[in-house]
Structures are given as structure tokens and as C-alpha cells.
Design a protein. Structure first.
Length: 182
């Protein structure tokens, strides 16, 4: 036995801490395996982000408010790379066994095809108002999904992604509400 003390690694909330032996790294510790909730969240959030990109892609041509155009560009600049990260996670972790793929209608906040057609047909201040209304609801749906996976998921990457969605999209919801205020 070595005289070198081990390193205490805190557990998740409600879990005990673990002690690493000298020379052992956190990477050597067994990690929680992703569960169906993690796979379901990642697949749904990819679709959710893809729809947000579709919506933000309309803003440069149809929107009137320069602040909204800048805001939509920032959404696109963050959600595109998020999709790539989530796709890489799926590739690394496999298909997720029996996890269902789920359609858009099962995701809170997704814009219906009719709403998307109305958004595509709008322009100027009418577009801006509708975009903000739909994107606010879209973000609120993402918050709901992220909150749910924090309760049901088990993968650290997925938890970090969900926390990031909560922080980022709560801030963006506040910004959108400020843009809609008279």
C-alpha cells in the first residue's frame, strides 16, 4: 500500500464521493451509460435545433428589425455547432437500442407546417412579430425537454448540453420578450 493519499472525486447530487487510488485518473472510473432518455433527448434536440435553423434562415430576407436579424444570426451560429456535437455524441454512443425516434408533433414548441408556411409568407414587421412569437414558444419547448432530461437522463454530456440549453435559451427568451414589448 502506498503512502500517497488517494483523490476524492465528488459524486453527482445524492451520490457518494469516490476515492481514486494513486495514479488512477477520473477517466479510469466507470462512467454512467447513456439511457433511453439521453438518446431520446439528443435526437429530439437535433430536430428541434434544425427547425430553429430553418426559421432563422428566413430572417435575413424577410425580417425588418436589424436587432432581430443580429439575434437570429446568433441563434444560428450556436445551434449549428450544437447539432454537430449532438450528432457526434450519437455516433460515439451508438443508436440507443430501443429508444424511439419520435416525430415533431411529440416535441413541445415545434412549429407546425401551417405556422411555418405563414412565417415564410410574412415579411417586414409582421414577419418579425410572428418570428418572435414562434421562436419564443420554440425555446420554451426546448427548456421543457432540457428540464425533463435532467430528471431522467444519466449521461454527463447530455446533462451539460441540457444545462447549456436552459441557460442560453432562458436568456434568449428574455431578449425576445424585450423585442416584442411596445
Amino acid at each position: 500500500m502506498s503512502d500517497t493519499p488517494g483523490v476524492i472525486v465528488p459524486g453527482k447530487p445524492g451520490e457518494p464521493a469516490k476515492t481514486l487510488e494513486p495514479g488512477q485518473t477520473p477517466a479510469d472510473m466507470p462512467r454512467n451509460q447513456p439511457n433511453d432518455a439521453d438518446f431520446r433527448y439528443i435526437r429530439m434536440m437535433i430536430k428541434h435545433h434544425q427547425q430553429a435553423l430553418e426559421m432563422t434562415g428566413l430572417v435575413p430576407e424577410r425580417g425588418a428589425n436589424p436587432t432581430l436579424k443580429s439575434f437570429a444570426s446568433r441563434i444560428a451560429d450556436t445551434q449549428g455547432p450544437d447539432i454537430k456535437s449532438m450528432e457526434a455524441w450519437l455516433s460515439k454512443n451508438g443508436s440507443g437500442g430501443g429508444a424511439a425516434h419520435g416525430g415533431h408533433e411529440q416535441m413541445v414548441g415545434m412549429v407546425t407546417p401551417e405556422q411555418l408556411a405563414t412565417l415564410r409568407a410574412a415579411s417586414g414587421p409582421d414577419f418579425d412579430k410572428l418570428f418572435l412569437q414562434l421562436m419564443t414558444a420554440h425555446h420554451e419547448g426546448a427548456l421543457s425537454m432540457a428540464t425533463d432530461v435532467l430528471q431522467t437522463g444519466s449521461d454527463v454530456f447530455v446533462e451539460e448540453m441540457a444545462q447549456d440549453v436552459i441557460v442560453t435559451q432562458e436568456k434568449e427568451i428574455a431578449q425576445m420578450k424585450a423585442m416584442t414589448a411596445p
